[in-house]
Design a protein around this ligand. Structure first.
Ligand SMILES: *Cc1c(COP(=O)(O)O)cnc(C)c1O
Length: 362
């Protein structure tokens, strides 16, 4: 087997090696089933055990109470951009959107097709290089919900605490930082996340929704788009992405077996600190792109080099040394190192060594 490289991809992203090896062991024939998980009925006993166990472990990790439903859906975070407003925009038919990046903008764009969107805050004029402060937000008292993006995958900003929304349900796109630390679920009306950054393979979308909000889902919605239908059918209204659910189940076990989310958070903070320290102590050779250091993401670390030629050289020399996925998104440029839960600390240390060498050679 070829040695594994350090994969800094923003998504689909690195998986825990223990999970890959476990899945490999069980791939051909799952436990006593005599078949692969991808070959079995989603309505059979074995898969029922797999999906129930995954939900139970998720509830344990995030301390999710019975007043919340957990849904395993498809369509990515992108379908949630539509499902959220279609189900939750009620009453005055308006919703608040805090626009902190490209994904938040796309979410707001879909909501506009359903009702009135109030842009409660935006840092677009600063190319999203920071998050709006609480006092900058102009929240609407009649809003059906307040939508925010907890981690801005492209711009490398991340909320350290949730925006305050008072009594209005908070809806969060947590696609790129779900499970990176413990959060207080009770602050949220709904959380959604595509799995492919911090949870598992693409194809699965996780939705955690307060059950009382399910009353807003109208019977006139297309059936697949209706949260209430999925909740009433335990995510089995249609065939769920069975193999992805199984892999996410293994990732959740991996988190539980490695000290849970507090321990994961410590590990994530440590990795990000190593990298940001290297950037900040480079005498200006490397520069973080986020203008307010408090807003820096510990999942996606974005920085620039002195010029475009050096950036290209950095990426190609890094690739030769086994660091992949470091090219920044075209809207920011520079370098983006995505260091999700499964990314190993050794990989960050190795990158920092490479950065030091590259700086002294150039
Ligand atoms: C990647 C990403 C998305 C898009 O997810 P899809 O699963 O491709 O639809 C949306 N929001 C955020 C914050 C992301 O990082």
């Amino acid at each position: 087997m070829k040695k594994r490289i350090f994969n800094f991809s923003a998504g689909p992203a690195v998986m825990p090696e223990e999970v890959l090896l476990e899945a490999q062991k069980e791939f051909f024939s799952y436990k006593e089933a005599g078949m692969s998980v991808m070959e079995m009925s989603h309505r059979g006993k074995v898969f029922d055990g797999i999906i129930k166990e995954a939900e139970k472990d998720l509830r344990t990790l995030l301390n999710i109470g019975d007043d919340y439903a957990v849904l395993f859906l498809q369509g990515g975070a992108t379908l949630q951009f539509s499902m959220v407003p279609s189900n939750l925009m009620k009453g005055a038919n308006t919703a608040d959107y805090i626009v902190t990046g490209s994904w938040a903008k796309k979410a707001a764009k879909e909501a506009k097709k359903v009702g009135t969107v109030n842009i409660a805050g935006s840092t677009e004029s600063e190319n999203f290089a920071r998050l709006p402060k609480q006092e900058e937000l102009k929240l609407d008292a009649d809003a059906s919900y307040v939508h925010f993006t907890s981690n801005n995958t492209i711009f490398g900003t991340q909320y350290k605490t949730e925006p305050e929304a008072g009594n209005i349900p908070l809806v969060c796109d947590a696609s790129s930082d779900i499970l990176h630390k413990k959060i207080d679920i009770n602050k949220y009306g709904l959380i959604y996340a595509g799995a492919q950054k911090n949870l598992g393979p693409s194809g699965l979308t996780l939705v955690i929704v307060k059950k009382e909000l399910l009353e807003r889902s109208s019977d006139s919605l297309h059936t697949y788009l209706n949260y209430k239908v999925h909740a009433e059918n335990d995510s089995m209204y249609n065939t769920p992405p069975t193999f992805a659910v199984y892999i996410v189940g293994l990732v959740l076990k991996w988190l539980l077996n490695n000290g849970g989310l507090d321990s994961m958070h410590q590990k994530n903070l440590n990795k990000a600190n190593i990298l940001y320290n290297a950037i900040d102590n480079s005498d200006g050779f490397y520069n973080g792109t986020v203008t307010n250091k408090d807003d820096r993401s510990i999942m996606n670390v974005c920085f620039t080099l002195p010029n475009e030629d050096l950036t290209k050289k950095f990426i190609s020399e890094a690739a030769e040394q086994g660091f992949s996925g470091l090219k920044g998104h075209r809207s920011v440029g520079g370098i983006r190192a995505s260091i999700y839960n499964a990314f190993p600390t050794e990989g960050v240390e190795a990158l920092v060594e490479f950065m030091k060498e590259f700086k002294s050679n150039n």
